[in-house]
Write a protein that binds this ligand. Structure first.
Ligand SMILES: NC(=O)c1ccc[n+]([C@@H]2O[C@H](COP(=O)([O-])OP(=O)(O)OC[C@H]3O[C@@H](n4cnc5c(N)ncnc54)[C@H](OP(=O)(O)O)[C@@H]3O)[C@@H](O)[C@H]2O)c1
Length: 345
């Protein structure tokens, strides 16, 4: 009989609820422990999802000796310290996107994961959705020829609350890190690392970017045009343009249930996907597959890929003037960016 994986969750906000609901749909997964800054909140959450253990502080979760993996669902600004704490205890980690606030933090996390021989993966759930698997398959089969450009956006109108995770700079607020990470992820997945980066941002009332526009240039006449927003609803669609056709990932493309394949000279073809969950089960199942096979990282969402992603976000931030004083060490960040292969022109 297959092993049942015992999950823990740290940070019991909105996404933690959805993830816990999805865990209930996975055979061989159980929610074993939850940790919050509030014991009352942890108890309510544990009762709701039948978790046998709950804790009123994050570090107490490690008193559960038999945890297999912890899902980190705190604001981005805390990902690094929360992940390091799990790795120090040699507990495998799935951490929400973005993996941390900058490349230096991610390097620290990867170094410790390797030293502790402990699994770590960024919870970039879109990577594991059946639609994204199909997109990669269609591109690999040459259905649209060589990909020449990508246009993708992710924007939604959030209720303005200066203290909320989305608008609070000290929690890592702003559109790029919250939702811009998805189009940047798509461009990195399909086109790889760009040769030059341009970006602009509207820095809003709380010093975070409310809109961000990104232009990435690649060799061989390829490019990506990307946009994020937390103050306007945008189409939230992704187009992958190739020499012989286009794949349109329909709205909202980061959690898509359909795509349209448009091939030159043929009628467009809609392809639909069903998921029997919020969509988080696929990333959780990937983690369990890796742990079952004693892997320390996922091949599909590797640590090198996460490092490339955050370093690209660092470069975009520097171009657009997006800073996080609590997390960014400017001297270190600038010298790190200079060592990256992205041109700053
Ligand atoms: N994959 C996705 O589709 C998706 C969707 C939304 C968000 N996310 C990611 O998930 C993470 C959490 O997002 P969320 O929307 O769930 O946020 P949220 O509702 O604000 O919850 C975050 C939780 O983090 C904990 N926390 C620790 N320190 C905090 C602080 N100083 N201020 C506020 N909360 C603090 C709190 O849990 P306790 O009170 O229990 O300690 C809080 O409930 C973010 O990194 C975000 O990018 C991913």
């Amino acid at each position: 009989m297959s092993k049942t994986f015992k999950w823990g969750i740290i940070g019991l906000g909105k996404i933690a609820h959805k993830f816990a609901e999805d865990l209930q749909r996975i055979p061989n997964a159980s929610l074993h422990a939850v940790a919050s800054r509030s014991e009352e909140k942890a108890k309510t959450f544990a009762v709701q999802y039948n978790a046998p253990n709950f804790f009123g502080s994050y570090d107490e979760i490690f008193t559960c000796a038999d945890l297999d993996v912890i899902y980190i669902a705190t604001p981005h600004a805390y990902h690094c310290e929360n992940v390091l704490m799990c790795l120090e205890h040699q507990v495998a980690v799935l951490c929400e996107k973005p993996l941390a606030m900058n490349g230096l933090e991610v390097k620290r996390m990867i170094t410790l994961a390797k030293f502790q021989k402990t699994f770590l993966m960024e919870a970039m759930w879109t990577r594991f959705l059946p639609t994204m698997t199909k997109v990669l398959e269609l591109i690999g089969q040459g259905k649209i020829g060589e990909v020449k450009s990508i246009r993708a956006d992710f924007g939604f109108k959030a209720l303005f609350d200066p203290h909320s995770r989305l608008f609070n700079q000290s929690l890592g607020g702003g559109s790029l890190m919250d939702v811009g990470v998805y189009p940047v992820f798509l461009s990195l997945l399909v086109l790889g690392k760009p040769t030059s980066v341009n970006a602009v941002a509207n820095i809003g009332r709380t010093n975070v970017d409310e809109n961000c526009g990104i232009l990435l240039k690649y060799d061989n006449n390829r490019m990506a045009i990307l946009q994020s927003s937390i103050v306007t609803n945008t189409g939230t669609e992704a187009y992958i343009f190739g020499e012989k056709g286009t794949i349109k990932i329909n709205s909202r493309w980061h959690e898509p249930t359909s795509l349209t394949l448009m091939q030159d000279g043929k009628d467009p073809k809609d392809i639909f996907f069903d998921f029997d969950s919020h969509g988080y089960r696929y990333e959780a199942e990937e983690v369990m597959r890796c742990l079952r096979n004693e892997k320390k990282e996922s091949e599909a969402m590797s640590l090198d890929f996460s490092l490339d992603l955050i370093e690209l976000l660092d470069t975009i931030r520097m171009k657009a003037g997006i800073y996080y004083p609590k997390n960014d060490n400017f001297t270190e960040a600038i010298s790190a960016a200079e060592s990256i292969n992205f041109s700053m022109n």
